[in-house]
Design a protein around this ligand. Structure first.
Ligand code: 13P
Length: 337
């Protein structure tokens, strides 16, 4: 696949309802996922699991990009092919997580600042040489009675803009991910406020840094109540609040918005995305960049056993297809049976 500019790469990733598979769990996060199925988190098991995902039939037509962790971009399958080639074989583009995780912000544990800018130039140069076409940087915003502070929002959004500029310098599309966490008892209005302030600040910094918006992808949370809030929101309420928040803060020239699932179930993530696309009325593609919501069923079907690979691949392929349909506003609950 040949692309003449960043905008073409970004558009390809979200073309025809395709979305992104986030398979960039760091080793400690991967261990957490493997613990739930009692599988040891060895390098070989991580490789086997990811190979299973990348060679699934459902990659084709449904997945436009895969986000990898540093270890995975260097791994090879038993047959000797690199995992990166397996992704390309399915028509998807390989991407790489380049942030180095969270540190306490201003000496407090309540807020964090994402790390990794110091040696980012050198790492981007290497990843681009290895064949990565896009990158991801995640910042995390917490909600409670007094949070988030504007200071923490701005520091993180500035880090995203600095990162995005460097990724673009090396010919890779930056995915900018400001995740407002779903944890807590906050209301949907609180989430709306924190998400809106974050995305507004982000696009201000992207503009000041002269980041090419037409070659950037936004990966936000949906606007939902916190997991411990007393009132659940309806699918329509989440969809309407999320669209409103995005329309107020995201420029029209951005090619794609790919949501994180952030602790929503597989079905909720699909349902909400589908509803937004059924409502419509926006210029960007609205699609997915799910980790857990694309992998949960596949993980439980796999259980680390060779004889379960085909069942795990079917489970993953099904979710990939359902989310593609949701990106086109063509999903319905009856398709889940
Ligand atoms: P989840 O969809 O599981 O939230 O993961 C997406 C991701 O890449 C988080 O950084």
């Amino acid at each position: 696949m040949n692309f003449s500019n960043l905008s073409e790469i970004a558009q390809y990733i979200v073309s025809e309802g395709k979305g992104i598979l986030a398979a960039d769990e760091s080793n400690p996060t991967c261990k957490k996922r493997f613990d739930t199925i009692s599988v040891e988190c060895t390098e070989e098991n991580r490789r086997n699991y990811r190979e299973l995902l990348f060679t699934s039939e459902g990659m084709k037509e449904n997945i436009g990009g895969v986000i990898l962790f540093d270890e995975t971009i260097r791994q090879h399958s038993e047959s000797g092919k690199s995992l990166l080639e397996l992704i390309l074989d399915k028509g998807a583009l390989p991407g790489i997580k380049v942030d180095k995780g969270l540190q306490p912000f201003n000496g407090s544990d309540l807020e964090t600042l994402t790390q990794g800018l110091d040696d980012l130039d050198g790492r981007c140069s290497e990843y681009s040489g290895l064949g990565a076409k896009f990158t991801k940087w995640r910042v995390v915003i917490n909600i409670n009675e007094n949070l988030p502070t504007q200071e923490c929002i701005d520091a993180n959004m500035e880090s995203l803009a600095n990162y995005a500029k460097i990724a673009q310098k090396y010919g890779m599309v930056p995915i900018v991910e400001p995740e407002v966490l779903i944890n807590g008892d906050h209301s949907i209005e609180d989430c709306y406020d924190a998400t809106s302030r974050s995305i507004k600040s982000l696009f201000n910094y992207l503009s000041t840094n002269n980041v090419d918006i037409s070659g950037t992808i936004l990966k936000p949370n949906m606007v939902t109540p916190g997991t411990d809030h007393t009132n659940k929101a309806t699918v329509e309420e989440v969809a309407q609040a999320t669209i409103k928040c995005l329309k107020e803060n995201v420029p029209a020239e951005l090619p794609g918005i790919t949501f994180l699932s952030g602790g929503q179930t597989e079905i909720e993530s699909t349902q909400h995305l589908d509803m937004m696309n059924k409502i419509g009325g926006f210029s960007w593609k609205l699609s997915f960049s799910y980790g857990r919501a694309l992998q949960a069923s596949a993980l439980s079907a796999w259980l680390g056993k060779k004889e379960n690979i085909s069942a795990a691949q079917s489970a993953f392929s099904h979710r990939a297809k359902m989310n593609k349909l949701a990106s086109l506003g063509k999903w319905s609950e009856s398709l889940e049976e």
